[in-house]
Design a protein. Structure first.
Length: 79
């Protein structure tokens, strides 16, 4: 379930960097790949996946419709 963050909260999360409960994805390329992260978070303490953020904390942005489609496919097919 998506969470809603304001800009300040989003920037603060990005500054913290990746952790066991925060993962950056510059772009989603295949449902099976993101399904692994979704499953890992679901089987532990949960987490946040920020799509459109690179590993070096740069906000790259995404096409929300394309990324939402890949997440739905991952959930329906692999999770």
């Amino acid at each position: 379930m998506p969470i809603q963050l304001n800009i300040a909260q989003l920037l603060q999360l990005i500054q913290q960097g990746e952790s066991q409960q925060l993962d950056f994805k510059k772009k989603l390329t295949h449902p099976a790949k993101i399904a692994k992260t979704i499953s890992a978070f679901a089987n532990t303490k949960g987490g946040i996946i920020l799509v459109g953020v690179s590993d070096d904390k740069q906000i790259t942005g995404v096409d929300p419709d394309e990324e939402a489609f890949i997440v739905r496919e991952a959930a329906q097919t692999y999770c």
